[in-house]
Design a protein around this ligand. Structure first.
Ligand code: HEM
Length: 431
């Protein structure tokens, strides 16, 4: 596909997370993403420089991996590409790494121990048992939003469900859910002034360097998690928190610091990712009325529609790895200690893997997207929960979705890490 094709794809598919025509954008600049994902630039990298060295303003730099097959291969090879030095562009010293370490920043076998402790609550089977609870929550959220006639599809609908579900799962009191969502946004939206006063790339955040996302919200979530842990130790309940803190047959429970970091990881990973997938996916359906009509007639396409929504939005745009040895790839030498970015979002629009990738196609098959990672030890823990939430909400919205019209400008997150629509004004216009 050429740049002109990308531009024509833009005209045909306005909901593509910003198929912008400029092939030379700075993919590290959070401001670039306010206009949308710089797809034409990623396409140039895929075609011309699939392993590209990119300088950073502080004199460092990183390798950018943009083709599907390469992203997958590097992600599988966790021995050559470790997560121990962090998973985002930000560099951390040893003290910061130790204080903020979650299972994402561990390699097997250390990672395996933690993953085993927590994975029971997130298996496909366990999550299937949450279906009724998710449906009740989804219905309540929709019934609150619709009568308003005009509302924000993100804040009034997509933002509500994931955190309420996570809050229930963790056993947090319902009265705290809104606060948790708010603090989660401030933490993960740490480059967006709508969500935090402490924008990491423009203000001094050194005071919070030992907190998740270098954010004061991370500190508040740590304190909250500590209180929750103290409470569950004194009053065990039938919830995930109690299970994580109780001594188990097959290993030590989580330490306080491990628990606090895991809690912050869940609030970060399980909250806005599902929200932004829902927002971007619903917008794609509104922009493609023929796909929406097909889905309304054929509920058997719900699962594949959800997969296409995941590919189309690919909300977590990259994760970082660090090379543990010299690796040759496409004629370039990645040196031991070099920072490497795996761009899931680029892989998900790689024409070598997905025929006609800029076509939103709810029947796409196969659709082995990278939205949850793939092939490596860190594959998303919450993938089945996210799928279930997306599917049930979509199912509940489906009969009335064609009555919705986009009624205002779309506002996107300022971030080179998470691709998200923060605000999507809509109005109900039956007929
Ligand atoms: C559509 C929504 C979601 C997307 C797009 C997403 C994406 C991802 C990605 C790309 C990874 C890293 C994969 C890798 O490095 O190989 C990941 C890991 C993770 N995700 Fe998700 N995620 C979503 C929802 C959730 C939910 C709902 C939860 C929990 C409630 C969750 C919890 C986690 C955790 C704990 C990890 C780290 C796993 C590990 O290190 O073993 N995610 N997610």
């Amino acid at each position: 596909m050429t740049a002109t094709d990308v531009e024509s794809a833009e005209a045909a598919t306005p909901s593509t997370p910003g198929v912008v025509g400029d092939r030379w954008l700075d993919i590290t600049d959070p401001d670039v993403y306010r206009a949308g994902v710089p797809h034409a630039t990623f396409q140039r990298y895929r075609d011309e420089e699939p392993v590209a060295w990119i300088d950073e303003p502080d004199g460092t730099g990183f390798w950018s991996i943009t083709r599907y097959a390469d992203v997958l291969a590097c992600n599988r090879d966790f021995k050559s590409f470790t997560t121990r030095q962090g998973i985002r562009l930000e560099d951390m010293d040893e003290e910061e790494l130790e204080a903020r370490k979650t299972m994402m920043e561990m390699d097997p076998p250390e990672h395996t121990r933690l993953r085993r402790l927590v994975q029971g609550g997130f298996t496909r089977r366990t999550v299937a048992s949450y279906e009724d609870a998710i449906r009740i929550l989804a219905r309540a959220v929709i019934d609150e939003a619709w009568p308003k006639g005009r509302f924000d599809l993100v804040t009034d609908v997509a933002r509500q469900l994931p955190m309420r579900m996570l809050g229930r799962l963790l056993g947090a009191p319902e009265a705290d859910y809104e606060w948790l969502v708010d603090r989660g946004d401030a933490m993960i939206g740490n480059t967006d002034p709508e969500f935090t006063e402490h924008v990491v790339d423009t203000t001094d955040t050194s005071e919070y360097r030992l907190m998740p996302f270098r954010s004061p919200a991370g500190m508040e979530l740590f304190e909250y998690a500590q209180q929750l842990a103290d409470d569950r130790r004194a009053n065990p309940q039938d919830d995930v928190v109690t299970k994580l803190l109780a001594p188990t047959m097959d290993g030590e429970p989580l330490s306080d610091l491990e628990f606090k970091n895991f809690f912050a990881l869940l609030v970060a990973a399980g909250n806005d990712t599902t929200r932004y997938t829902m927002a971007g996916g619903l917008l794609a359906l509104l922009d493609h009325p023929e796909q929406l009509a097909m889905l309304q007639q054929r509920e058997d396409l719900l699962d594949s529609a959800v997969e296409e929504m995941l590919r189309w939005t690919s909300v977590t745009m990259h994760f970082r790895r660090t090379a543990t040895r010299d690796v040759e790839l496409h004629g370039r030498t990645i040196r031991e200690g070099d920072k490497v970015l795996l761009w899931w979002i680029s892989g998900d629009f790689d024409e070598r893997q997905f025929p006609d990738p800029f076509r939103f196609d709810i029947t796409r098959e196969p659709n082995e997207h990278l939205a949850f990672g793939r092939g490596g030890p860190h594959r998303c823990l919450g993938e089945w929960l996210a799928r279930q939430e997306l599917k049930v909400t979509l199912q509940e919205l489906l009969p009335d979705l064609s009555d919705l019209r986009v009624a205002g400008p779309i506002d996107r997150l300022r971030s080179n890490f998470i691709s998200g629509i923060k605000h999507l004004p809509v109005e109900v216009a039956p007929g």
